[in-house]
Write a protein that binds this ligand. Structure first.
Ligand SMILES: Cc1cc2nc3c(=O)[nH]c(=O)nc-3n(C[C@H](O)[C@H](O)[C@H](O)COP(=O)(O)OP(=O)(O)OC[C@H]3O[C@@H](n4cnc5c(N)ncnc54)[C@H](O)[C@@H]3O)c2cc1C
Length: 264
């Protein structure tokens, strides 16, 4: 394992290990699960033999049970076998971002990933030749970086990325027909969405193209609503993923609201 800072608020963890040789990515935004050790506790290994990962995870005593978090494979190599995961070092931090800030060579972590291409753990599936609109924040930047690097030389599109500061821009390798624009949050933090106003102001082709949107869940919803209701984009041409949610950890972000709360 290596830990190399990329920009002010992002770091790249490179994972190694013999089991990673079986890893297969289905698409450039392939997601994996990381089991982040609890602070101050040893990192227990998930014993998968004969049980699902969830059963294995639930069998670990609660005090030692690692946090499950979802990340994107930024790159993977076969010789030597390595997987890069880029972490947004957000504030307030959570277990995953805190772990990434301080991880050192040799620190163990479990990764659950696919061993077959058709694995359902990705969203970027554009019809070929369509104009691309890629929109995301600092958590989505690893997927966006991986997607643009995978595009054919004749790809066309617009990319909007909101990063924490100007010092968080990265050099992305893109085909000449793909333009990247960097945005930064306003002083009022989460209340304004720069990405939405940038997308509102951008031209779309007559067939509306294909959009991939990821980032804070509420903003992603607003972007999708805009594309569908105000720009007439076909819902099936939009891949959208809430990568995180203001005020929620990954443990609570997907929890269902009890019905009685909805009724009040
Ligand atoms: C399919 C998928 C792929 C993802 N890929 C990546 C990736 O490659 N790199 C990456 O950095 N993230 C990625 N994420 C997002 C990441 O899983 C979340 O940000 C996760 O919440 C981080 O865990 P944590 O333990 O650091 O924070 P948590 O314990 O989950 O949250 C702690 C606090 O931080 C806030 N928070 C969480 N994430 C952010 C953020 N990004 N910015 C600002 N505040 C935040 C929460 O609202 C909460 O208040 C991905 C998510 C999904 C669903």
């Amino acid at each position: 394992m290596r830990n190399a800072p990329i920009t002010r608020n992002a770091t790249r963890i490179t994972l190694t290990g013999p089991d990673l040789a079986n890893f297969v990515a289905g698409a450039p935004d392939q997601r994996v699960k990381l089991f982040v050790p609890r602070e101050g506790r040893p990192a227990p290994r998930l014993a998968l033999e004969g049980q699902t990962w969830r059963e294995a995870w639930e069998r670990i005593p609660e005090a030692d049970r690692p946090h499950q978090r979802t990340f994107t494979v930024r790159a993977h190599r076969s010789e030597p076998v390595e997987i890069d995961i880029d972490f947004a070092l957000h504030s307030p931090g959570g277990p995953a971002s805190r772990w990434a800030r301080s991880a050192r060579v040799g620190d163990p972590i479990d990764l659950l990933g696919p061993t077959a291409e058709r694995n359902g753990g990705y969203s970027f599936e554009p019809p070929s030749g369509r104009h691309l609109l890629l929109v995301g924040d600092q958590a989505a930047l690893p997927a966006i970086g991986s997607i643009v690097e995978s595009l054919p030389a004749d790809a066309r599109g617009d990319v909007f990325v909101e990063v924490t500061t100007a010092a968080d821009r990265q050099d992305l390798v893109t085909p000449p027909g793909v333009r990247v624009r960097w945005l930064y949050p306003d002083d009022d933090g989460h209340t304004k969405c720069r990405l939405l106003s940038a997308v509102q102001g951008t031209d779309l082709p007559a067939d509306r193209g294909y959009a991939w949107i990821a980032g804070e869940a509420g903003r992603v919803r607003a972007l999708r609503r805009h594309l569908v209701h105000e720009r007439g984009m076909d819902r099936r041409s939009i891949a959208f993923m809430g990568y995180w949610r203001v005020g929620h950890t990954e443990d609570t972000a997907h929890a269902r609201v009890p019905e009685r709360q909805l009724a009040q």
